[in-house]
Design a protein. Structure first.
Length: 231
């Protein structure tokens, strides 16, 4: 298997209040898009993202009430591609702090497993059993208790620990006394099977977390290709 190629992430601002969130995105035909959204409270829903004619499918969501953050994750394939097009979603209630992020993957075999979870006063993590070797996994954690995550630490899977420094952390937004948002991807989680994704710090979160597997491509052995070409 070959892991999917992460191309870029594009985000709105999670620290401002709005009823609509937009991100400016650049893609190529065939790119797989993973979009996640988080808000300071639940009780209302996000609209399905729109832009560039992409059809998005909701994979997982946590939406309880206004004492929990919303966390959603969608996927879609861009069949046409384009430069600087607008991805947009709307919030169903009065303006609040929220935002969206689009991760672009290339050379992908589609999406696999997904899961969502929510717990009060705990470490923000969830178990996910991937369905294919060498998949990537996208994770979004939204904390209603708004714990300061300056010293945050992501869990390590297959020797991979997302950080802002290595580019695997795609979002961190701390809005004091309102909410905190953490987003990341694991670019290759190794052999298919059960792993735990999320953060090992900070603890004490009332968290809503979602995760989605992005599958890579199945490779063809050189010997098979040679035999086919010479047949």
């Amino acid at each position: 298997m070959v892991a999917p190629l992460f191309v870029a992430s594009y985000s709105s601002d999670y620290t401002v209040t709005s009823t609509t969130s937009n991100a400016t995105v650049t893609t190529q035909p065939g790119d797989l898009l993973v979009v996640y959204a988080a808000s300071e409270g639940g009780g209302y829903t996000f609209s399905t993202p729109t832009g560039n004619g992409v059809t998005f499918t909701l994979q997982q969501s946590v939406s309880i009430n206004n004492q929990w953050c919303n966390a959603y994750i969608w996927s879609g394939v861009d069949s046409v591609g384009g430069n600087n097009w607008t991805l947009s979603s709307t919030w169903g209630g009065a303006a609040c702090h929220w935002g969206i992020t689009c991760l672009v993957f290339r050379n992908s075999g589609g999406v696999g497993a997904s899961y969502s979870y929510n717990v009060d006063s705990a470490l923000p993590s969830l178990g996910l059993t991937t369905t294919q070797d060498n998949s990537a996994v996208v994770v979004l954690d939204a904390d209603w208790y708004a714990v300061d995550g300056t010293s945050r630490t992501w869990l390590t899977v297959n020797g991979i620990t997302p950080t802002s420094g290595n580019g695997l952390e795609t979002n961190y937004a701390y809005v004091y006394n309102i909410y905190t948002v953490y987003g990341a991807y694991y670019n290759d989680v190794g052999l298919a099977g059960a792993d735990t994704f999320g953060l090992s710090a900070p603890p004490g979160q009332r968290y809503s977390i979602v995760a989605l597997e992005v599958k890579g491509l199945v490779t063809v052995p050189n010997a098979t290709v040679t035999a086919w070409l010479t047949a």
